[in-house]
Design a protein around this ligand. Structure first.
Ligand SMILES: Cc1cc2nc3c(=O)[nH]c(=O)nc-3n(C[C@H](O)[C@H](O)[C@H](O)COP(=O)(O)OP(=O)(O)OC[C@H]3O[C@@H](n4cnc5c(N)ncnc54)[C@H](O)[C@@H]3O)c2cc1C
Length: 386
């Protein structure tokens, strides 16, 4: 039997407009003071503690969280607007973004109260960076094959093994990681994994860089050798992390960052085409904008459902699948539409530079955060098709 998909018809409420203007004014001010260059490719993937702290002071990190943890108790739709504006502006939010999007919500659900009171306000202040330690050599899509082992010892656990592709690990203060605390059982191969809060300063942790096609250093190999984790850094149920993992996915996969990572090439195309594009370019541009509009409506819908306390895992996976395929194709589509732009001094330089960069990052878009094939498996299962 198949299950109906549910994309609630949600629109951003009027209070979001005021917030959007406030964020735009803040960003314009930051550009003017030289914090970042919105036209420089890759800038959105860099980090600045001072900038994150200024964003924290505005109340735009952890903004949906309870006030007692430093949050502002605002809505998911308001958070959506802030995320969208920062991404579109190509602003360097890497330091706090993972913590804001998913590590904080995990801690809120599963960490002991004293850990929440210690860490969450520092996330909201833009002071700490988080990494996600799931993938291992030979265990990416199949998370439940993870082998990095946590062995019980007095007062805590000793960790041994290797995580890979760990974004941010070289700048992170903490990682939320999955470790094996027991072998899988015959009845349940998902059994035996536990989620931990890892303090990256712990002795016995080595971070080795892995460079991307662009030459940038975003992710890493992280090696654990008898690294000690105290008992109060266990998150949730021992051996039962598989039950915790799925609800995280709707947060990770549905936001506007999942289709706006190469957006700057579209903006630059509009600029380079000028106000009198030929019919072919206007039609191509219109098509791209219509597709983007649809993706955005779907993504807003998922965030509205999160606000309503639902867990739209299938809908979030659809947004990530369609969104990342779209943003991956965008550089080539823009290259085709730009082919006949007349060469006048300066009018194509930024576009060419951005296209080169966007083309090099495009392959990763459908891998990070779950591959297209794996997402489609989740969607099929969620709809009762397999
Ligand atoms: C830029 C970037 C940042 C990343 N950051 C992080 C991070 O911070 N933390 C972290 O833990 N990981 C991170 N990853 C790792 C990412 O989550 C994995 O690369 C991804 O889950 C795929 O795992 P894999 O590389 O082991 O490939 P595999 O799982 O080996 O997959 C190889 C191919 O087989 C296909 N495949 C696998 N299983 C199935 C299936 N059941 N059905 C159909 N097809 C299947 C896949 O779609 C893929 O095409 C990052 C990856 C990238 C590219």
């Amino acid at each position: 039997m198949t299950t109906a998909l549910e994309f609630d018809q949600i629109r951003l409420p009027p209070e979001c407009d005021e917030l959007r203007h406030e964020v735009r004014a803040f960003l314009a001010d930051e550009v003017a003071r030289g914090t970042f260059d919105p036209h420089r490719p890759g800038h959105g993937d860099s980090h600045s503690k001072e900038f994150s702290q200024r964003i924290g002071a505005k109340g735009w990190i952890g903004m949906t969280w309870p006030k007692k943890y430093g949050g502002r108790e605002r809505t998911f739709l308001e958070r959506y607007v802030v995320t969208e504006e920062f991404r579109v502006a190509n602003a360097p939010v890497r330091l706090h973004f993972v913590a804001d999007r998913q590590s904080g919500p995990i801690l809120m659900k599963y960490a002991p109260e004293h850990v929440k009171m210690d860490v969450l306000p520092r996330i909201c202040a833009g002071e700490v960076c988080f990494a996600i330690g799931m993938s291992e050599p030979n265990s990416g899509s199949d998370l439940f094959a993870a082998k990095t082992k946590a062995t019980k010892t007095q007062g805590g656990w000793l960790i041994n093994g290797t995580k890979i592709w760990t974004s941010n690990a070289h700048i992170a203060d903490y990682m939320i990681a999955l470790f094996r605390t027991s072998p899988p059982t015959k009845e349940n191969r998902r059994h035996g994994l536990t989620q931990f809060l890892v303090d990256m300063k712990t002795p016995g942790i080595t971070v080795n860089p892995v460079f991307q096609l662009t030459g940038m250093h975003d992710f890493n190999e992280v090696v654990f050798q008898d690294a000690f984790m105290p008992d109060d850094h266990v998150l949730g149920e021992i051996d039962g992390a598989w039950k915790q993992a799925t609800s995280e996915l709707a947060y990770e996969r549905s936001g506007p960052e999942r289709f706006l990572e190469t957006f700057y090439v579209l903006v630059e195309l509009v600029r380079a085409l000028g106000d009198k594009p030929d019919v072919r370019s206007a039609e191509g541009l219109g098509r791209l904008v219509a597709q983007l509009h649809t993706l955005r409506r779907m993504s807003v819908s998922v965030n509205g459902m999160l606000q309503a306390g639902k867990e739209p895992v299938v809908e979030g996976s659809i947004v990530k699948d369609m969104g990342t395929v779209w943003e991956q194709r965008l550089p080539n589509r823009v290259r085709e539409l730009a082919a006949f732009i007349e060469e006048r001094e300066g009018n194509r330089a930024t576009l060419e530079e951005q296209l080169r960069f966007a083309t090099m990052i495009a392959p990763k878009l459908t891998i990070q955060g779950g591959t297209t094939e794996v997402l489609r498996g989740i969607i099929a299962r969620g709809m009762g098709l397999r």
